[in-house]
Design a protein around this ligand. Structure first.
Ligand SMILES: C[S@@+](CC[C@H](N)C(=O)[O-])C[C@H]1O[C@@H](n2cnc3c(N)ncnc32)[C@H](O)[C@@H]1O
Length: 405
């Protein structure tokens, strides 16, 4: 078949005898032979390109020997030049905003982060098979593909997990911090943490227990819980801080909310701009992340951490406790997005700027649609290639109240 445009999820769309086929391991415009991998829906099936008859000029040899049809499902685009990967991601963001947010003309450019397309992953979860061998899962499967290396993962982190067996474990989380300290957390088969250990640079002997990891962004150091949330790409936190502070343009005396705050990255970065007269409230559900945020905001008395759920009710309680409405709201929700209720609640504040950080353009586009219905407009968008070789992309959107007619 001849392959059509790229779609959200890392595949391209083709048509065969009236049916839609989502094809992986290919590129728009290629002529390929496919093998159907899933045929459960009347309207579409999934397939892998197993032979390329006419190759795209953007196709390259895969640098990772474990990627390709039927192999490791970790990456989507090892067979694509990094420049073209960014064009494909831009096309996906554009298409999601057009289809789900009703915005057909958004100009999207996906910006490259420094460091190249390999060895960028500073945090990962590896799967473990029944024999204790570590690896990653096949695409849309529970099967574990056993790996000796993962070329997109920072070498010390990949080595710490993949050079040893993990009997009885279900998965292993790993992170490597700014000082090269590697933290591994073993999870049981139900995903519950069973203990962590730390490997310092130059040592082969893990220390226990794990402490805090150190990260750098926005010209300062940040503490994070060992394998706790932090941007995966080592240059992403810096790039996102610049995008968020640039969109927020916080002024002295303003009130800023940082929702889904993690270790306080964005709240801590905007706090100096609001000054001693201003106020920054970071809201985060995870206890360990709140403890890290408290430590990171020491020395910024205008910033505080509230442990709690960002949901309709939690947000209503928070807003009721503020002595003035927020001027700026930054939000960085998990993959599913903030959802309609939270987006409506944010829009109802009338904040002069909403800065939305999103790791899924579909969730972003759905929430942008809600903001638009609630009187906001999308004013600017930046997108970053924070996950090279995969179809993932990180976006930062600026929403502002629509001027009255
Ligand atoms: C994508 S991370 C963002 C963290 C931070 N902005 C950063 O860049 O480091 C999302 C964070 O939201 C938290 N979270 C997820 N659901 C939440 C909820 N309903 N309420 C509050 N926090 C939540 C997670 O624990 C995680 O720390």
């Amino acid at each position: 078949m001849t392959v059509g445009p790229v779609a959200h999820g890392g595949h391209c769309v083709a048509r065969h005898e009236g049916r839609v086929v989502f094809v992986r391991h290919t590129l728009p415009g290629e002529r390929v032979v496919v093998r159907v991998t899933e045929d459960r829906h009347p309207g579409f099936c999934r397939a892998d390109a197993v032979q390329v008859l006419e190759a795209s000029p953007h196709r390259v040899e895969r640098p990772c020997p474990y990627s390709g049809p039927g192999k490791c499902g970790g990456c989507d685009w090892q067979h694509v030049t990094p420049v073209e990967q960014r064009r494909l991601k831009a096309a996906v963001v554009r298409e999601q905003l057009a289809r789900l947010a009703g915005l057909p003309d958004v100009d999207v450019e996906v910006e490259e982060l420094p460091g190249g397309a390999l060895r960028w992953r500073s945090r990962a979860r590896f799967a473990v098979d029944r024999s204790g061998a570590p690896g990653l899962r096949r695409h849309r499967s529970h099967d574990v593909v056993v790996l000796d290396d993962c070329p997109i993962t920072a070498e010390p982190a990949a080595r710490a997990v993949l050079s040893t067996a993990w009997p009885e474990a279900g998965a292993v989380d790993v992170s490597v911090d700014a000082n090269g300290v590697v933290t591994t957390t073993r999870l049981d088969r139900r995903g519950r943490p069973q203990g962590s250990s730390v490997l310092r640079p130059g040592s082969d002997v893990p220390d226990e227990p794990a402490g805090r990891a150190e990260r750098r962004a926005g010209g300062r150091d940040w503490e994070v819980e060992g394998t706790g949330f932090w941007q995966v790409h080592p240059a992403a936190a810096d790039a996102l801080v610049a995008a968020v502070t640039g969109f927020a343009r916080a002024e002295p005396g303003e009130t800023v909310l940082d929702l889904y705050a993690g270790a306080g990255l964005f709240g801590g970065a905007v706090a100096p701009a609001v000054g001693a007269e201003g106020r920054v409230v970071c809201v985060e559900a995870d206890e360990a992340a709140c403890a890290a945020a408290d430590a990171n905001l020491t020395g910024l008395p205008q910033a505080e951490v509230w442990q709690g759920e960002v949901d309709d009710e939690g947000l209503a309680d928070l807003l009721a406790e503020l002595d003035r409405g927020p001027d700026v709201i930054v939000l960085d929700p998990p993959r599913a997005g903030a959802g309609a209720a939270v987006s409506r609640r944010i829009a109802a504040t009338g904040a002069r700027a909403v800065v939305y950080v999103a790791c899924d353009p579909a969730a972003l586009a759905r929430d942008v649609a809600t903001f638009r219905q609630a009187g906001y407009r999308l004013v600017a968008l930046r997108a970053f290639d924070a996950f090279p070789m995969t179809a993932h992309v990180e976006c930062v959107a600026l929403l502002e109240p629509r001027p009255a007619d």
